[in-house]
Ligand binder design. Structure first.
Ligand SMILES: Nc1ncnc2c1ncn2[C@@H]1O[C@H](COP(=O)(O)OP(=O)(O)O)[C@@H](O)[C@H]1O
Ligand SMILES: [Mg+2]
Length: 363
């Protein structure tokens, strides 16, 4: 048995790759490493019994997966994580919105336009505030509160004009996201200048988005969002608190992982949605709408990394029975991909890329 495991290109450490490989090798399985520029890639993939291709936000990865995955999944019928149905909508909130709503699941109310004049007309009578989002983005990048029609009009003209780079915000937008912290602001510009001008080959997000605009209804009064993550039909959840004086939680890095504080309606919904669509894994971001009902604002097959804080203290099964313990989503993903092997999980070290993470409720 040989499994091809994707490795981030050009990175010294790739914790996810290490976790998958360690589990596989511990179970006596041969691991072949690949990235999107490996020579003879198709041959390597063809010769593998299964493929683990956990890919992220970078445009190079998007480009690679869009090209290869349909062939691997539909033509070559490879056993692959993630498969097409799990990730064709990854990192695209518009696709997620349309997919979930047509099946009757509670995605937040939204407005999508592909025509400038239609958007401008609508903005005249819309009720504010609204949330503007680019389809792509993470860590609350590209998610903004639109308090009035002046800002809405400006965004519409921009989106149907020069467009928006995925990593570029105005000074005011950026200042808000870093909690008015000057040091963080300078760090951002240093990185931005380096990647945009000095090292263009390795810039992660090189595209612009334009000629559409997407708004969501603003759900007021949420002090946290709840991220419910499924791996197969097991779910873990934690709450992420919003930044001080802001409405955005994602990327803020203060978490509560106590399962007693989780609204089980959200866990139920996450498990039902993942089952309905056959998602191998999925992380759902929930907020409450003004009537107190859970609403999904985005979903992502990709989450976690080195296992912090996902599945740190247990999981719910499909019947909402809680199973306490330290679990690894990567182990669940592999166990579901290769069920006949009855894989066992070795002791793994928890690491984190979140330098300023605060974690509470760790029982
Ligand atoms: N419609 C909304 N109403 C209220 N808060 C929202 C809404 N959409 C997003 N948020 C907040 O903004 C954060 C970032 O939004 P999200 O869509 O999850 O983008 P990202 O991909 O950057 O994580 C969320 O974690 C949530 O706290
Ligand atoms: Mg999010």
């Amino acid at each position: 048995m040989r499994v091809a495991v994707y490795r981030l290109r050009g990175e010294k450490d790739d914790f996810e790759h290490e976790i998958y490989s360690t589990i596989l090798r511990y179970n006596g399985i041969e691991v072949i490493e690949f990235d999107y520029a490996t020579p003879d890639l198709m041959q390597i993939l063809r010769d593998s019994d299964a493929i683990v291709l956990k890919w992220g936000h970078s445009h190079n990865e998007h480009q690679f997966v869009r090209t290869y995955l349909p062939i691997l999944d539909f033509q070559m019928r490879k056993r692959i994580f993630p498969d097409y149905k799990t990730c064709w909508h990854y990192d695209d909130k518009v696709k997620q919105d349309l997919l979930l709503k047509q099946a009757g699941f509670p995605f937040v109310e939204s407005w999508l336009f592909y025509d400038k004049q239609q958007a401008l007309d609508w903005a005249e009578t819309a009720s504010y505030p609204l949330v503007f989002k680019l389809a792509q983005g993470a860590g609350s990048f590209n998610v903004f509160l639109v308090k009035n029609k002046i800002y809405a009009r400006k965004l519409i003209r921009q989106m149907f004009g020069v467009g928006r780079h995925l990593n570029t915000m105005s000074l005011a937008e950026r200042f808000g996201l870093v909690n008015k912290n000057l040091n963080k602001l300078l760090r951002y510009y240093r990185r931005e200048i380096y990647s945009r001008w000095l090292d263009q080959e390795h810039i992660g997000l090189w595209s612009k988005q334009k000629n559409y605009i997407y708004f969501q209804k603003f759900c007021p009064g949420n002090e946290y969002d709840t991220r419910v993550t499924t791996a197969g039909l097991r779910a873990h959840a934690f709450r992420r608190f919003v930044r001080k004086g802001d409405f955005r939680a994602s990327g803020g890095n203060t978490w509560d992982i106590n399962p007693e504080n989780i609204d089980l309606r959200m866990v139920r919904l996450a498990l039902d949605i993942s089952k309905h669509f056959g998602f191998q894994s999925m992380a759902y971001d929930f907020v409450y709408d003004e009537t107190g009902e859970p609403r999904i604002v985005e979903m992502s097959y990709m989450y976690g990394g080195a296992g912090y804080p996902d599945f740190m203290n247990g999981y719910w099964d499909f019947d909402l029975t809680w199973h306490p313990g330290r679990f690894w989503p990567q182990y669940f993903e592999l166990a579901d991909l290769l069920p006949e092997l009855s894989l066992t999980c070795p002791e793994l070290e928890t690491r984190t890329g979140y330098r300023h993470a605060k974690i509470i409720g760790n029982n």
